[in-house]
Write a protein that binds this ligand. Structure first.
Ligand SMILES: Nc1ncnc2c1ncn2[C@@H]1O[C@H](COP(=O)(O)OP(=O)(O)O)[C@@H](O)[C@H]1O
Ligand SMILES: [Mg+2]
Length: 330
């Protein structure tokens, strides 16, 4: 079975696609069979970075039921050992797919035969990104040294932890209700940590809080700092690590520091991966230790999660509607 590596970042423009692509190229050059998949619905651009024409069937065909065989979407890239699944550029609107379509994509992707399946995700912390990210316990998170990137990465991890806990409980369970309420109270300004929330669940439902806390402790997102310009940048990384530990009860692991390097932009302009066009650049050489750590991390743990077709936005809407209705009655 393939090792699945979702690549997320919370923020746009931090280098998710650049790193998904170039790490894939670096692994393919070491004889690993890699499939790179463009899951940035609405913003797919890997085909451009690979120099491929935007006329091949991609995930948009699968989502719109024009193709049911995921393996038929796998195309050659011209780079030995590297294959590609295009996104939805021929089909705008695929970003609004429902939970069960997304689940089908995840199931079919997991069946593909290769050594590494790299999933380039879109920006933001919506369920489309988060559900793909929690296919494994050790997805990759790309950050840059900017405070906005660090804060977006933290928001992303918060959504990951919430969604992971929520989907660790069965639909309609009491634990899901308690969790939902606690999160909604956070919207009202009460800053509970996830440990506190799981303690409340444990008190109400002995064993249930503890069980999910232990699952949560196995989460190990791996972080790459991209576009670094100075070693002091690692300070920002430490802040993220502490926040995740204290507030979210998860430990993140830093697996790489990739410098800002203009060869990346020259390569994009030439529609080639920097790792092939400029193999001796500072950027390309910095990928090697990252790739070694990715090999060492293996496939991680694949969490067994329950269905959750409802979106958090729906839950928030329901909360405010109920509140408004109560306000009218009192
Ligand atoms: N290490 C780097 N050095 C220099 N420029 C970079 C680097 N990584 C990314 N970039 C630049 O940032 C832009 C955005 O990267 P991209 O991978 O498309 O972001 P994302 O997929 O996270 O939205 C790229 O077009 C490239 O110009
Ligand atoms: Mg991208």
């Amino acid at each position: 079975m393939a090792v699945i590596i979702p690549v997320a970042g919370g923020k746009g423009g931090v280098g998710k696609s650049v790193l998904s692509l170039n790490l894939s190229v670096a692994m393919a050059a070491q004889c690993k069979h890699v499939i790179l998949c463009d899951l940035d619905f609405g913003g797919a651009n890997l085909h451009t970075m690979l120099g491929l024409k935007n006329n091949q069937e991609g995930l948009g065909h699968f989502i719109n039921k024009l193709e049911s065989d995921m393996s038929a979407l796998v195309q050659a890239t011209g780079i030995p050992n590297l294959h590609f699944i295009a996104g939805d550029c021929l089909f705008p609107g695929a970003a609004n797919m429902d939970f069960f379509t997304k689940q089908k994509i995840m199931r079919e992707l997991s069946k593909l035969e290769c050594d590494y399946l790299i999933l380039d995700l879109g920006a933001g912390s919506a369920h489309n990104q988060v559900d793909f990210f929690i296919m494994t316990n050790n997805g990759l998170l790309i950050v840059t040294p900017e405070i906005t990137s660090i804060l977006n990465a933290y928001s992303f991890l918060k959504s990951v932890v919430y969604r992971f806990c929520y989907r660790s409980y069965s639909p309609k369970s009491e634990a899901r209700k308690i969790l939902k309420n606690a999160i909604l109270q956070r919207l009202e300004g009460r800053d509970y940590s996830f440990e506190q929330i799981l303690n409340v669940i444990e008190e109400a439902l002995p064993g249930e809080g503890r069980r999910v806390y232990e699952l949560l402790r196995q989460m190990r997102p791996r972080v790459i700092m991209n576009m670094g310009r100075a070693m002091q940048n690692t300070e920002m990384g430490n802040r993220l690590q502490q926040l995740a530990h204290n507030k979210l009860s998860i430990d993140i692991e830093f697996i790489g520091y990739v410098p800002y390097d203009e060869s990346v932009q020259y390569a994009i302009a030439q529609r080639q991966p920097a790792a092939t066009a400029y193999p001796d650049s500072y950027f390309s050489r910095s990928l090697q230790p990252v790739v070694q750590r990715i090999y060492a991390g293996g496939s991680g743990i694949l969490p067994a999660l329950q269905d959750a077709p409802e979106d958090f936005a729906d839950i928030v809407k329901e909360f405010y509607e109920t509140k408004a209705a109560k306000g009218q009655h009192s």
